[in-house]
Ligand binder design. Structure first.
Ligand code: SF4
Length: 247
C-alpha cells in the first residue's frame, strides 16, 4: 500500500504509517481516545514499507502499539525482525503497562530514534502519580535488555495546576538519575517559564548549568511560577485543544 504525500517530501526516505489506531488509555489531556476510539490493528509492516529501493526503515505513528490484539503485535514484531527493518516508535510505547513478553519483543527489534541513527525508544511520564508504574516499566525493559539510556521520556508540564517547580524538577531528576532522557512537553504554549525549561532540557544545557542559573539568565522572559491556576488552552467544554499523543 502506498500512502499519499511522499512526493511532497522527497528527502523522506523511510516509510511512515500506522500498524494500529486508537489507545487503551484515557489520559485527560489527550484527544486520541476520543478521535480514534478503541485500539485496533490496521496495517502490516509490509503494507507500510514502500518496498525497494526504499530503505528498510519504518517510522510508526502508532499511539498504542501494544493496544492491538496480541496476535497482531506479535505478527508485526515478526515482520520487523525477519525483514531486518529498523523501526522508530516515535509516538511512544506505553511503559506503564508493559509486560515481560512485550519488553522482550521490543528488545528483539532494531528500534531507532527519528533519524534512524541511535538506539532509542520513546515513552512518557506525564502524571507524577504514575511514578511507581513508570519505573516498574523501566525496570521491565531493562530486564529484557533495553537500558534506560535508550529511553527518551516525554514529560507533560503545565497541565496540573498544582504541580510545583519542586515537583517538576523532581520528576525530571528521577529520570536523569536513571539515565533516561526527559523531553518536556509544554501544555500551555503561553507559559514562557516552562518553554524556557523545555529549552534547558532539550538543548542539553541541564548538563552544564543548574536550572536556577539558566532561569535567572532568562529572567526577563520568564514568568514566575506559582501554584495558582494556570491558563490553559481549552475548548468551551474545558477539554484541551491541542493533541498531546504519546504512550
Ligand atoms: S497520551 Fe498516549 S497513552 Fe494517554 S490516551 Fe493519549 S495516546 Fe493514549
Amino acid at each position: 500500500m502506498q500512502y499519499p504525500g511522499y512526493s511532497d517530501y522527497p528527502e523522506v526516505k523511510e516509510s511512515i504509517g500506522f500498524t494500529q489506531r486508537g489507545c487503551r488509555m484515557r489520559c485527560r489531556f489527550c484527544v486520541v481516545p476520543e478521535r480514534e476510539g478503541k485500539a485496533r490493528a490496521t496495517h502490516t509492516i509490509h503494507q507500510i514499507w514502500r518496498g525497494p529501493p526504499h530503505p528498510r526503515k519504518v517510522h510508526l505513528l502508532d499511539n498504542d502499539f501494544f493496544g492491538q490484539p496480541e496476535s497482531a503485535w506479535r505478527a508485526r514484531i515478526g515482520e520487523l525482525r525477519e525483514g531486518s527493518f529498523r523501526v522508530c516508535f516515535g509516538q511512544g510505547i506505553n511503559v506503564r503497562s508493559i509486560t515481560d513478553e512485550q519488553a522482550e519483543a521490543l528488545a528483539s527489534v532494531e528500534y531507532r530514534d527519528t533519524k534512524f541513527q541511535q538506539r532509542r525508544l520513546y515513552t512518557a511520564w506525564d502524571n507524577p502519580r504514575d511514578e511507581q508504574r513508570f519505573f516498574i516499566g523501566v525496570n521491565t525493559l531493562e530486564m529484557a535488555g533495553i537500558p534506560p539510556t535508550h529511553l527518551m521520556a516525554y514529560m507533560l508540564v503545565g497541565f496540573d495546576p498544582m504541580e510545583s517547580w519542586d515537583g517538576i524538577l523532581s520528576r525530571f531528576n528521577k529520570m536523569v538519575d536513571r539515565g533516561i532522557k526527559p523531553y518536556p512537553m509544554v501544555f500551555d504554549a503561553g507559559r514562557r517559564d516552562l518553554k524556557a525549561f523545555q529549552r534547558w532540557v532539550v538543548t542539553g544545557l541541564y548538563r552544564a548549568c543548574a536550572w536556577e542559573e539558566y532561569r535567572s539568565s532568562q529572567q526577563s522572559s520568564v514568568v514566575h511560577l506559582s501554584n495558582s491556576r494556570w491558563k490553559k488552552e481549552v475548548s468551551a467544554d474545558g477539554k484541551p485543544l491541542e493533541i498531546s499523543a504519546h504512550g
